[in-house]
Design a protein around this ligand. Structure first.
Ligand SMILES: C[S@@+](CC[C@H](N)C(=O)[O-])C[C@H]1O[C@@H](n2cnc3c(N)ncnc32)[C@H](O)[C@@H]1O
Length: 286
């Protein structure tokens, strides 16, 4: 089990709850302690679905996997949030196949560290990379360990919505950034993530609506994407922004990504994002 982060409000609350147990039998106390430990383990267990062969096979066929950054609809908007990368030390959280690290080196970064929990993803990233300025390391973002004040940019594309302990991660991240350092991140949009049954509904006229329910009920969402039972962590926009603010980040830009007319002309299916945003992009600074 990884160390608990003192800053995580979730764990603060649980520690207070433990205090409410009061006097009870030894057996009860042991049982309570066990269930308490299991609850924490459960909260911090990482599914690592990208290491499932059936999931990985499906993921490898997506356009963002075969075409890289240009195959990702939101990439032009993410790129627009980046500072000048020349000579920066950067870290990519949930680096996947390492497309961003390789692109960043082409832009002149001094070093790029790609972090991912999946051996499958890291093996593919290493195979595709020959530049010695890039390093890939296997780490779980739930219990990330990074050197202090060492990076100028932390980048993360579509990985942080898998992380339950976002507050702890942001705390670690902020300390690993140099003063003035940047955080540029994207997650699945909470409107996309929130529903308990995340799929379009069609009325008799064929008009589609997205069934947002349970928006304020934060926590795990189990969805069927590529395989059954993929677990993501739903948080409201407010919660994500407040985590950033409480960790001491200055939020500079928040974008609920939607396609441009030009993008829709070449990818008509992306238009559905105008009815139901799929990505949330955030830029912040230490
Ligand atoms: C949708 S992919 C995005 C990959 C890449 N950033 C991109 O945009 O192409 C999500 C990545 O996050 C990684 N990931 C998910 N949970 C993680 C965790 N707890 N720790 C480290 N990596 C994680 C996955 O293994 C996967 O490579």
């Amino acid at each position: 089990m990884g160390k608990l982060t003192a800053t995580s409000p979730i764990y603060d609350r649980e520690l207070v709850d433990v205090g409410k147990v009061g006097y009870c039998s030894r057996q009860k106390r042991v049982r309570f302690a066990l269930s308490y430990i299991l609850a924490i383990v459960d909260k911090t267990m990482t599914q690592n679905v990208y290491d499932r062969s059936d999931f990985f096979e499906g993921y490898s066929k997506l356009s963002r996997s075969t075409e890289g950054l240009d195959g990702a609809a939101e990439w032009p908007s993410m790129r627009a949030l980046l500072p000048n990368l020349h000579d920066l030390n950067i870290v990519d959280l949930g680096c996947g196949f390492g497309w961003f690290c390789r692109w960043a080196v082409e832009q002149g970064v001094a070093s790029a560290l790609g972090i991912d929990v999946s051996e499958n993803m890291l093996a593919r990233a290493r195979n595709a990379t020959s530049n010695p300025r890039i390093d890939y390391v296997q780490q779980d973002l739930e219990r990330l360990d990074l050197p202090l004040a060492s990076f100028d940019l932390a980048y993360s594309s579509l990985a942080l919505h898998y992380v339950a302990n976002l507050a702890g991660l942001l705390f670690t991240l902020r300390r690993s950034l140099r003063p003035g350092g940047y955080l540029v991140m994207s997650i699945e949009h909470p409107i996309y993530m929130a529903p308990t049954r995340a799929d379009w509904l069609f009325d008799e006229r064929g008009r589609r609506t997205w069934p947002v329910d349970s928006y304020l009920v934060e926590g795990p969402r189990t969805t069927d994407w590529l395989v059954q039972g993929v677990i993501k962590q739903h948080r409201t926009i407010g919660t994500t922004l407040n985590h950033l603010i409480r960790c001491g980040f200055v939020v500079a830009h928040v974008e609920e990504w939607g396609p441009t007319d030009e993008q829709i002309a070449t990818h008509p299916d992306w238009e559905e994002a105008r009815d139901r945003p799929m990505f949330l992009l955030i830029a912040a600074q230490r």
